[in-house]
Every structure is written in structure tokens, then in C-alpha cells.
Design a protein around this ligand. Sequence first.
Ligand code: NAD
Length: 256
Amino acid sequence: MLKGKTALVTGSTSGIGLGVARALAAQGANIVLNGFGDVDGPKAEIAAMGVQVSYHGADMSKPAEIEAMIEHATKAFGSLDILVNNAGIQHVARVENFPVERWDAIIAINMSSVFHATRLALPAMLARNWGRIINVASVHGLVASAEKSAYVTAKHGVVGLTKVIALENATSGVTCNAICPGWVLTPLVQKQVDAKAAALNVSNEEAIRRLLGEKEPSMQFTTPEELGALAVFFCSPAGNNVRGVAWNMDGGWTAQ
Ligand code: NAD
């Protein structure tokens, strides 16, 4: 379905980004990877799916590097058709204890990077009258949790920005939507599981049970594969008029 198209997925060396990159590659899209983790493994895996793959190591907190990444992705295989803004980090602390440097980093990486990558990718998408911008927000773009001030602020910002981009391009072939996962067991969340296990002096399994039990009625993690399938839907012809949604995939978290 996506043969001949190119997708750039930020933060795709692990977790959700890698899951989305795999799902888009399975539909034939060429992939540009980004992120700080192991590059060779994901690159080889995507190449083995029979598509072209490239990598750019831009730091998503740095606008000049984001500009270089978009230029790389545009030239890599001829055009940049699908932009998945996924890179993100987390830090957990009460507001009065929140390190200022962590606040700035989360706002830059989780929110401002979406603005920068999108503003730079949009003109060429509009010129071809086809494009998909998919922002990996979070349930924390819709509701809050204590001790996640920067993350909740950034993700609410991403959901708002998603709606503005969708509206500004509503009469074009460029759509913009957000995906709002609940808990997904990636390195980002394993750190929170480890912290809970240590704080409560319980096993990894018990910490997971408590983590899910606090928020996620299904008591199941959403998987990167499920999120990848949603990204594929946004890229499909059936997604042509899906514009500005913040689609939660959260085991019932925000239904409560
Ligand atoms: P992860 O830690 O597995 O992946 C994050 C990716 O971002 C990695 O590839 C990492 O190298 C990259 N990254 C981090 N800082 C970067 C920077 N400055 N520049 C470029 N790349 C950078 O985490 P994940 O859980 O897969 O998270 C992916 C996205 O999904 C994030 O935006 C996160 O907020 C969101 N999300 C995650 C969950 C969850 O439960 N895991 C839930 C909702 C939303």
C-alpha cells in the first residue's frame, strides 16, 4: 500500500518508533530511522523487509539538527511523504522538585521538535498534495498524572498542535493526527517499573501489576505492533478524511 513512499520516524531505534517503522515498512514504505539507540540492528531488520532504509542521528532537542534530518529524509529516496513525530523522554518528580534542565529537555524533545519537523516537512508535502503527519502523543495529552508536569504539558501541547496542523491543511491531501497510547512496555516505561519495584520492594511482575492496576482497566500493555497498525490506517486511503484526531489506544484508561 505504501510502496514508493518514504517515512521518517523519529526516535525509532527502539520501542514504539521501531514498531511503527516496522509496520510502515511491511506496507512497502522506505524508512528513515532516527534515535540514539542501536542503529545497526533496526537498520538490518528493516532492510530485510525489502525496502530501502537510511538513518539520521539528529538530536530532537536541536532545531538545526532537525533541519538537517528533514533535508536528509527528503533527499534519501526522493521525497518525504510520512512524518512520524515519536521521539520522547520522561522524568518523574513533583513540580517543586522538577529539575529545570529536565523540564527544558522534555518540552524541546517531546513538543517543540514536532513543530520544527512539521514546519520543515510540510511545504514539500503540500506541493505533492499528499502527506501524513502522525504525532505520537500519549494519554497524557488528554489527562494528567501527578509528578509528570513537563510530560503532560508537552503531550497536551502536541494534541493541540495536531489539531492546528490538521485545520490549516484541511483542504489538502496532507492529514495530521495524534496517537495516544496508554502503558506500552518499552525502555521508557521499564524505567518506571524498575523505580516502582525498588520503592515498594516488590518483584518486576508485581510492579507491572500495580502500574497497570492504577490506570489501565484492561490490565494489558498496548503493543508497538498495535500502534503501528493504527499508523498504517492513518496512511491508508480510508484515512483520507481523518483529520485532527487524538486517538487513544489505552486499555480504557481515559474512559474512566
Ligand atoms: P523509548 O525510550 O523506547 O524510545 C524513545 C526513542 O526516542 C528512542 O529511539 C530514543 O533514542 C529516542 N530519543 C530520545 N531522545 C532523543 C533525542 N533527543 N533525539 C532523538 N531521539 C531521541 O520510548 P517509547 O516508549 O517507545 O516512546 C516513544 C514515544 O511514545 C514517546 O514520545 C513517548 O512519550 C510516547 N509514549 C510512550 C508510552 C509508553 O507507555 N511507553 C505511552 C504513551 C506515549
